[in-house]
Design a protein around this ligand. Structure first.
Ligand SMILES: Cc1cc2nc3c(=O)[nH]c(=O)nc-3n(C[C@H](O)[C@H](O)[C@H](O)COP(=O)(O)OP(=O)(O)OC[C@H]3O[C@@H](n4cnc5c(N)ncnc54)[C@H](O)[C@@H]3O)c2cc1C
Length: 381
């Protein structure tokens, strides 16, 4: 793709915008197609976290090294800024030497992460074509970052105004967040509360009501002007990285996600960055992913398998263990990165995990659809 100075990018999420920004900064001309009329339409002003435990480098330094500015709400939250509740509401505070995560806002709001990336893309000269759902690309190369295509986990929640001070609460309890967690994030008079489910989707409403009841039982909370939001995430056993030597898949569309807890933003941005780098330096995107992303992704799938088998007793044990560390970042990092035992567990997890993706085919061997999975693929392994 190196000699081709015009590249199409599909999808203005974190993956597509990162790829487009890097390409334009390196002298490429980029047409970025987005099916909606603005960024962030999957979200509704809800707060999310840029996790800061899985890498040695601080997440903000990683973004800086990618060439991404933090021109959006990005507030550090340390372990001591919040609480974890285990089953039976055992309260745990964890200690961290650096922020555990950076709180960001998602959606189309002025200060949102998505708007920040949009502004950076427009500033460098990415040509964004709004309201254009791209179904196929007849000629040339493309980076395809169209987000999740199936529901492997869901989140149901609401955003609201409150007088609570800035803080976070996370709950680990299968009764209110099956095989996942529920969370409250408060920033500057606004809050997000949601529960995540990796199973039992049909009972989402009942589970959400129980989660909210549990939240209200642990803090005095005023909830004003609530607005609902919800969403889903998607991950594969083996990310699909390219098709027909023309399309590079990034982000959740490639099946990249933190399979343990759904912290997919970093995966989306990094895979977007590596896709762009592979074009700029004429190197293999697959090799870059195999070196920098796939080992961690596989570890996250191993962690998912472990977490899914922990039960509430296991969560209690896990939280007491985390509470005992002077700094939880190093042990969390260790668990998020590959080791011999995690490689072995990944083998089991790989057989155990079945993505919910329905593999729609267009039945054309040399197709140019950006959405189907037909054609010659490069898998992650
Ligand atoms: C409720 C919720 C909470 C989350 N919380 C966190 C969190 O706290 N931390 C974290 O790291 N991650 C979190 N995630 C996951 C994170 O949001 C995603 O992993 C990330 O947004 C994936 O980025 P992406 O670029 O791959 O896809 P997306 O963000 O989905 O972007 C894809 C874009 O492509 C566009 N598009 C799709 N098809 C086409 C087409 N054919 N033509 C043109 N445009 C198209 C879409 O409109 C969209 O704008 C959460 C997800 C949800 C749902």
């Amino acid at each position: 793709m190196k000699n081709n100075k015009k590249i199409t990018v599909v999808g203005a999420g974190p993956g597509g915008l990162t790829a487009a920004i890097i390409l334009v900064k390196n002298g490429y001309e980029v047409d970025l197609f987005e099916q909606n009329n603005d960024v962030g339409s999957r979200f509704n002003g809800d707060f999310q976290g840029l996790e800061n435990w899985s890498d040695h480098e601080d997440t903000l330094d990683i973004l800086k090294n990618l060439g991404i500015e933090t021109n959006f709400l990005c507030q550090p939250y340390y372990g001591s800024d919040g609480l974890f509740y285990g089953p039976k509401l055992k309260k745990v505070v964890v200690k961290t030497s650096r922020p555990l995560f950076y709180l960001i806002e998602r959606g189309a709001g002025n200060n949102s992460f998505d708007q920040g990336l949009r502004q950076q893309a427009e500033k460098v000269g990415v040509n964004i074509i709004w309201n254009h759902k791209l179904e196929s690309i007849k000629e040339g190369y493309a980076i395809v970052s169209t987000g999740p295509k199936a529901t492997d986990a869901i989140a149901k929640g609401f955003v609201f105004k409150t007088s609570l001070k800035d803080s976070f609460i996370a709950f680990l309890d299968n009764k209110i967040a099956p095989k996942a967690y529920a969370y409250l994030l408060v920033n500057n008079g606004r809050a997000t509360f949601a529960t995540c489910l990796f199973e039992d989707f049909k009972n989402e409403r009942m589970i959400f009501d129980k989660a909210l009841e549990t939240l209200k039982s642990v803090i005095d909370i005023d909830i004003n002007e609530p607005k609902k939001f919800g969403g889903f995430v998607n991950f594969f056993n083996k990310p699909i990285l390219s098709k027909n030597k023309r399309f590079l898949y990034v982000g959740e569309n490639a099946g990249f996600q933190d399979a343990l807890w759904g912290f997919g933003i970093k995966y989306a941005m990094l895979s977007g960055y590596y896709a762009a780098q592979s074009i700029i330096n004429d190197t293999s995107y697959k090799d870059l992913c195999m070196t920098h992303l796939v080992p961690k992704f596989q570890t996250s799938l191993a962690n998912r398998w472990l977490f899914a088998h922990l039960t509430n007793y296991g969560y209690s044990f896990l939280l007491s263990k985390l509470e005992s560390f002077d700094d939880v970042i190093p042990p969390l990092r260790k668990h998020y990165n590959q080791s011999i035992s995690k490689k072995m567990i990944y083998r089991i997890a790989n057989r155990w995990y079945k993505t919910k993706l329905i593999n729609k085919q267009c039945l054309n061997e040399h197709c140019d659809c950006v959405w189907c999975r037909h054609g010659t693929h490069a898998h992650a392994n």
